[in-house]
Ligand binder design. Sequence first.
Ligand SMILES: Cc1cc2nc3c(=O)[nH]c(=O)nc-3n(C[C@H](O)[C@H](O)[C@H](O)COP(=O)(O)O)c2cc1C
Length: 382
Amino acid sequence: MSVDQALTIADLKDRARRRVPKMFFDYADSGAWTEGTYRANEDDFHKVKLRQRVLVDMTNRSLASEMIGEAVSMPVALAPTGLTGMQHADGEMLAAQAAEEAGVPFTLSTMSICSIEDVRSVTSKPFWFQLYVMQDKDFVHNLIDRAKAAGCSALVLTLDLQILGQRHKDLRNGLSAPPRFTPKHVWQMATRPFWCLDMLGTKRRTFGNIVGHAKGVTDLSSLSSWTSEQFDPQLSWKDIAWIRDRWGGKLILKGILDEEDARMSLDSGADAIIVSNHGGRQLDGAASSISMLPRIVDAVGDRMEVHLDGGIRSGQDVLKALCHGAKGTYIGRPFLYGLGAGGKAGVRRALEIIRKELDVTLALCGERDVKNLSRKNLHTDL
Ligand SMILES: Cc1cc2nc3c(=O)[nH]c(=O)nc-3n(C[C@H](O)[C@H](O)[C@H](O)COP(=O)(O)O)c2cc1C
């Protein structure tokens, strides 16, 4: 099946599983420890029930909206994901192009394979940059300045990874970037010939934002010790101020899952928060994103923009999050599966699938404009 024949995100996932070496496919398709929160993110969307309406005018529908004041063709952004260039050669550049063509925001991770400058060189509209605050503050300052110089229009500051959660699959697979060359890894790669061919055609196989930019990181062994020690466990609310000041543009706080933290975000001067548990990759046992969304919207939604990620696998899921008050949503794995399945065409297909589902769902709920969705479109008495 070609990517254009894929009807669902699950179809793209099946194809990605057959094309991407196991260690990198598993890296995307995994959560922390028991993976309970990873599963809950998806499962809890099924508990939200839509109100079906009939005999209303369903012509001239609009999915267009705004996220942090930027026009979007639908309120669905690509989430920042590390090692995206290992799902497919030059993955971040291809995904950014697909997002630009689809009229939705692309967010580049600090832990990307393609660098900020690489992505800038193949796009013509501003993309968003996600920042991890490292202990090496010179590196962080420099990274913020590079994102500014590349014209990024929003900084997405991730707050839920001060220390690393554990994913058993990654440890069992011996995941590393660049890939290691043990017999097991060589076998995993050799059985994925298209992936290998594409990868041989690019020079981008390590963390593009870090190597050559962080002090002392010049080769593979210095890189792996640097990354494992560098996430800052002392990051605090006070740090938001200097990051915001240095950046000077739109700021989005990612990884808010609690009403108290949402209220604290109000004073930080951020433009938006993302209700997120890092796709179930950090605190296993945390609540699903969609289950926390209503109370976070009730706490701060009238004073700041609330976005959501985690578990979105369809346009119906996007619509449910919008009904619960999210102004925008993000997809992580759905676009990674598309990328692994077929590069840029696969990301394009993932966005087309979600757009079509969102549009048809909107109509069958008796609405014509995503901006009019609210809790009135849901059954709340289940
Ligand atoms: C493979 C992978 C890598 C990720 N890397 C990052 C990252 O570098 N920075 C970040 O803020 N979030 C990262 N995330 C979390 C995503 O931004 C997002 O919160 C999550 O994927 C949303 O859940 P979903 O995959 O169910 O859509 C990553 C997620 C995945 C699946």
